[in-house]
Design a protein around this ligand. Structure first.
Ligand code: FES
Length: 112
């Protein structure tokens, strides 16, 4: 079991959940009610699953593919430790993973 800690966009609210190795981070986040749309369902075509990994955890993740990096270039508020949550599968070796929801997000559904 791996503990996944979600830090809200405001940097204050924190929720911790337990994930099973093999779980996709996007699914773990959505099951917890985190505001990640994941519009393209993992096809690397939307970047609405963009998250920011804590720097101390980032290097433990398998590196992103070229397609993922290209999509991250388009993500609002992307940082050096940004990843697409649909491309991360929880590994047993990680004791914990801290994931921040990006502060700058565009709501693709629009409002009103
Ligand atoms: Fe679209 Fe991850 S769900 S890029």
């Amino acid at each position: 079991m791996t503990r996944v800690r979600f830090v809200a966009a405001d940097g204050v609210a924190v929720r911790e959940v337990v994930a099973t190795p093999g779980d996709r981070l996007l699914d773990v986040a959505q099951n917890d009610g985190q505001p990640l749309e994941g519009t393209c369902e993992g096809q690397m075509a939307c970047s609405t699953c963009h998250v920011i990994i804590a720097p101390e955890d980032f290097d433990r993740l398998p590196p992103p593919s070229e397609e993922e990096e290209d999509m991250l270039d388009l993500a609002a508020g992307a940082t050096r430790t940004s990843r697409l949550a649909c491309q991360i599968w929880i590994e047993a070796a990680w004791d914990a993973l801290t994931v921040r929801i990006p502060p700058e997000r565009r709501d693709m559904r629009g409002r009103g």
